[in-house]
Design a protein around this ligand. Structure first.
Ligand SMILES: [Zn+2]
Length: 345
């Protein structure tokens, strides 16, 4: 952890300043240490150079193991593809040039599929994830003065408010208990004039009533390690069947939905081996997810309005995408939205 990140941190409970105690490393690059709130009694660990603002069971979980096993299935740099690059620019509407030197907050970084895109654009990134996937992100992207990692909760982000030029959150909102509150929390970290981009999964009948939904009754309480083994076995068995069904003229795509496995067309253009890994990851994610809260255009418009985001653009790709900007401080336009205070989750 470097001073540039430390200066931005605040206690997620009370917004108090944090005292730094270094146990390994230096003040310019802390490997192990503690962050003590100077206003309340909270104490947060720094482990492997990453400050941890989650309960200790979350930084000892096995999600990182899952992601580490499949790290090459999702990174553009590992696959020699531009899928994440293209999705990032399409969904955010931001250009590579405008990100140069800016401060960006990414929440739900996972293994860094979009982090590496923003980093390549020359921005300073603070990548946040609730799980130990943030450690895999660190492993994948390494150390750089412009890269900062935090294990934290979207409902209690450990930062001073209004200090980021850009905030984005892709592929996460539908997995949260309260996506609206999450967007309200994200918006508080934007500077006046800063830009926000989010996406959420659209409602699909097969996700609510299809075979995966039924299977989840059996698997949702499995450990990630068990779920991963189960998903690998199921993927091995079902992917060839799905490919065969998909070739049925006319109704192939509909028949694919009858199996508890991600449709081939949602896995992206890649080799069969990578498709297999992505299908397995997607199945494990679906079978163990605690929440599935799809969104629609109307809801996303309402949530962004509640968050005080102006210049809103809502559109559908494979996801429902919402983006806009926070009003500059002196703006007195009557159409300007007044943000609602986020609720504690
Ligand atoms: Zn505190």
């Amino acid at each position: 952890m470097r001073p540039e990140l430390y200066q931005r941190l605040r206690c997620p409970r009370c917004q108090g300043r944090l005292g730094l105690q270094v146990e390994a490393g230096t003040y310019d690059d802390v490997t192990t240490g503690w962050l003590d709130c100077l206003a309340c009694v909270e104490r947060f660990a720094i482990i492997s150079g990453i400050p941890r603002f989650v309960p200790c069971e979350a930084y000892a979980d096995s999600v990182g193991i899952l992601w580490d096993a499949f790290r090459h299935a999702v990174l553009d740099s590992a696959l020699g593809l531009t899928q994440n690059h293209d999705r990032f620019l399409q969904q955010s509407g931001w250009t590579v040039d405008e990100l140069q030197g800016k401060w960006i907050l990414e929440v739900g970084c996972g293994v860094g599929r979009f982090t590496e895109i923003a980093f390549q654009a020359g921005a300073n990134i603070v990548a946040v994830d609730y799980s130990t996937a943030v450690d895999v992100c660190h492993k994948n992207l390494g150390d750089d003065p412009r890269l900062h990692y935090v294990q934290g909760d979207i409902y209690g982000l450990p930062f001073r408010p209004a200090q980021f030029d850009y905030v984005y959150c892709f592929g996460l909102l539908h997995r949260l208990p309260d996506p609206r509150s999450a967007i309200l929390h994200l918006s508080t970290h934007l500077k006046p004039g800063g830009k926000l981009a989010v996406d959420i999964a659209p409602p699909r009948w097969f996700r609510r009533f299809g075979p995966t939904a039924w299977l989840r009754f059996l698997t949702r309480h499995m450990s990630r390690a068990t779920a991963l083994k189960f998903s690998m076995a199921l993927t091995n068995a079902l992917l060839p069947v799905q490919r065969a069904l998909g070739m049925v003229p006319g109704i192939g795509r509909r028949l694919e939905r009858l199996l508890p496995i991600a449709p081939i067309d949602t896995l992206g253009l890649c080799t069969r081996e990578v498709q297999h890994e992505r299908a397995c990851l997607a199945m494990c994610d679906r079978l163990t997810a605690t929440h599935h809260q799809p969104g629609c255009r109307d809801k996303l418009t309402e949530w962004l309005t509640d968050a005080g985001i102006n210049d809103r653009q809502i559109f559908a790709t494979q996801w429902i995408v919402g983006r806009g900007s926070k009003p500059v401080a002196h703006q007195s336009n009557s159409s300007m939205s007044t943000p609602t205070q986020p609720r504690a989750a």
